[in-house]
Design a protein around this ligand. Structure first.
Ligand code: SF4
Length: 323
């Protein structure tokens, strides 16, 4: 199917033509959204050496593919090096990634470290191994980034990962905290970026199918994904099905924080808050009912109850604005 994106004139059936057309549209959208995230958060700069962490899953394959294409058109130069950590899980097909990366002609490094043995030795049977496994993996990848002279570490997390992390922290951690598109690593030495931050998982599923990436299953270690994360993932997918636009609304809210209307005294100086005597159009109306979807009207919002009758319309509107 990958051949279908080539420009050489070939006879195609209508079905093939449709797949090619949809695939090209998707490729353009992914390039656009990734470029937007990179630019919004200044993720990649002139002269960067970007280490793309490749697990063999759909997200990291897509990330590498998109960055390789963007690099060709970027107005500045940067390098890419793909890195895979072979953790020696039983049945890991060690030749798949080297073969794929060689065919792309992209510089790569395979780091082999048997973290699987450590994790299975330390974690009691039946308990989830992911937390220790991820910690070990993180340390190794930081070291490899230093050895390779990488200035940025790119991870394949997407919009739904960010949303799921937000809800996990909200539901189980009591914190309004998500997964940032850019951060400095906990050892203080690396910049980690998530160029797919604006991309919904459904687009990456479709892209992986269109590009026919040689996916390596992610359950080789036998560990189950955290049940709470599964539950939150189901909730977001259900919203996408039943309330189109809702998950985008929540996602967009993550970059439209109003500290004066939350309760964190470190973010807003409530103690020092005093009337200035100067009218503020964005100020709080205090006594009126606030319709969360609209700025306050002369009637002080839609009146109690009215605003709750049309959430689907509001969600729909945001979705259309967004896409
Ligand atoms: S699923 Fe397996 S490989 Fe992935 S983080 Fe968990 S233990 Fe590690």
């Amino acid at each position: 199917m990958q051949d279908l994106v080539d420009t050489a004139p070939v006879a195609r059936t209508p079905a093939e033509e449709k797949i090619r057309h949809e695939g090209n549209k998707l490729s353009k959208r992914l390039a656009r959204e990734t470029t937007r995230a990179i630019s919004d958060y200044n993720m990649i700069e002139e002269g960067d050496r970007v280490m793309v962490c490749l697990s063999g899953g759909k997200d990291s394959y897509s990330l590498l593919d998109i960055l390789i294409n963007l690099r060709k058109r970027a107005p500045f130069s940067f390098d890419i090096v793909a890195v895979n950590l072979d953790q020696k899980q039983p049945g890991f097909p060690a030749d798949v990634l080297p073969n794929y990366l060689s065919s792309l002609g992209v510089p790569f490094h395979i780091e082999t470290q048997d973290t699987y043995s450590i994790v299975t030795r330390v974690i009691p049977e039946g308990k989830t191994m992911c937390s220790l496994c991820s910690r070990l993996r993180r340390g190794i990848l930081y070291r490899v980034a230093s050895e390779l002279g990488a200035t940025k570490i790119a991870l394949g997390h997407h919009r739904d990962d960010i949303l799921a992390t937000f809800f996990l922290n909200l539901f189980y951690g009591g914190k309004a905290k998500a997964m940032p598109p850019k951060l400095v690593s906990d050892d203080g030495r690396h910049t980690v970026i998530r160029p797919l931050a604006y991309v919904p998982e459904s687009d990456l599923i479709a892209y992986a199918a269109f590009k026919q990436f040689p996916i390596i299953p992610c359950n080789l270690c036998g560990s189950q994904e955290n049940l709470k994360r599964q539950e939150v993932g189901r909730m977001i997918r259900e919203w996408d099905r039943r309330h189109p636009g809702r998950s985008w609304n929540v996602f967009n809210a993550l970059s439209r924080i109003v500290p004066s209307h939350l309760m964190d005294r470190d973010l807003f100086d409530f103690a020092g808050l005093k009337p200035t005597g100067v009218p503020d159009a964005g100020g709080d109306t205090a006594f009126d009912h606030i319709d969360p979807s609209e700025p306050a009207t002369p009637h002080g919002g839609a009146g109690a109850g009215c605003a709750d009758n049309e959430p689907a319309l509001t969600e729909q509107k945001v979705m259309f604005e967004r896409r």
